[in-house]
Design a protein around this ligand. Structure first.
Ligand code: SAM
Ligand code: SF4
Length: 350
């Protein structure tokens, strides 16, 4: 059912139209944040994310960069203030800087508050300067270990030095870097305190992520799962963690590490439900809009995009999709059950 009120232009106190209505879901959450997966491909194969022999989507199924730009424009016109480009590895998509160049016009106009990126860092030496010049001020770099052998093992092929050089390039270009690490029970659990010291020593915030049951992989995720409640208890034997009030409308909860002065986030979809303040939706590289990372319902915006050049039609499809945003997800990691959500994170965009 379409909520007519969300299609009605807002009016100012004097009754003059002030632009299209913002996107408000049935639970009165304003949708101000769009995450966009621009490719399902990647130059790494992190063991918890992908299977060794991933079948990638045929290129014709992907939205073109022009289609992505058009769709982002529609969301921005409807009040989305933050875009995060992700994947797969967004920086391996051919001509990806073309999209950043196009999107940066919304930063210039003030319609967009933030254009940002989640990356594995392998291409940053090449792109950091241009990203910074286009107004990308902060990026997230995913890095689960500082041990070169372990890095090679987790990513099944990566060279840690390339990523560390990428991080250095991003910092040198003036971008603020946040390190995201997935907490893996028998792989990096022992290293987490030292990684925090390293990241904070360089002025980078860090966020720990729980493994989520997204997409089939070879391993059993119960073997990898480290509840962050446990990781946090262990950290408290070395560090003093002071809870911070920061909220981003997302799943992270933050603390200050008193000994380092840096900020540490915990993303805990499995041990803590964060849905009540969710402000985001996700667009896959094929133009499916997922209203929740942990639910199957989606809207096929590619079909609408390709059927009509009229942005009003597209906007209406977006508004209708938002009326279907669920109250929350129900992830469960249970031994030997199929992944709770069959889509890999690289398709929906992490
Ligand atoms: N390739 C880029 C990167 O690695 O930053 C962007 C996409 S990646 C899918 C985004 C984030 O999702 C990464 O931080 C990655 O560690 C995380 N991720 C992937 N699969 C996950 C899973 N099953 N559970 C939790 N986090 C996952
Ligand atoms: Fe690639 Fe990112 Fe998935 Fe690793 S987590 S395989 S870098 S998409």
């Amino acid at each position: 059912m379409l909520d007519d009120s969300s299609l009605t232009p807002q009016t100012s106190a004097l009754g003059a139209p002030t632009g299209p209505a913002p996107l408000i879901d049935p639970f009165q959450r304003a949708i101000s944040y769009l995450r966009i997966s621009v490719t399902d491909r990647c130059d790494l194969r992190c063991a918890y994310c992908m299977s060794e022999h991933m079948q990638f989507l045929p290129k014709r199924d992907l939205l073109t960069l022009e289609e992505l730009d058009r769709l982002c424009g529609v969301f921005i016109a409807r009040g989305v203030r933050k875009l995060r480009i992700t994947g797969g590895e967004p920086l391996v998509r051919r001509d990806i800087m073309h999209l950043f160049r196009r999107l940066s016009r919304h930063l210039d106009s003030g319609a967009l508050e933030e254009l940002t990126l989640t990356t594995n860092g392998t291409q940053l030496t090449r792109y950091a300067d241009e990203l910074a010049s286009l107004g990308v001020r902060r990026i997230n770099v995913s890095l689960d270990t500082l041990d070169p052998d372990k890095f090679h093992e987790i990513t099944r092929r990566g060279d840690l030095k390339v990523v560390l050089d990428g991080i250095a390039a991003a910092r040198a270009a003036g971008m603020k870097v946040k390190i995201n690490a997935v907490a893996l029970r028998d792989v990096n659990a022992d290293e987490i305190p030292d990684m925090i010291a390293w990241a904070h020593g360089l002025g980078m915030d860090m966020t720990l992520i729980e493994v989520m049951p997204l997409g089939e992989i070879e391993a059993d995720r119960t073997d990898q799962f480290l509840p962050l409640s446990v990781a946090r208890q262990r950290l408290e034997t070395r560090y003093t963690l002071t809870p911070l009030p920061d909220r981003t409308g997302g799943p992270a909860r933050y603390v200050r590490v008193e000994e380092t002065g840096g900020k540490l986030g915990f993303i805990t979809p499995l041990t803590h439900n964060f849905c009540e303040s969710c402000n985001r939706v996700r667009l896959t590289c094929t133009g499916q809009l997922y209203m929740c990372l942990g639910q199957e319902d989606s809207a096929d915006l590619r079909a609408v995009l390709r059927a009509s050049q009229d942005d009003a039609v597209l906007a209406q499809a977006v508004v209708e999709a938002i009326t279907r945003k669920p109250k929350g997800h129900d992830f469960v990691i249970e031994r030997q059950r199929p992944a709770a959500v069959p889509r890999h994170m690289s398709v929906t965009g992490g």
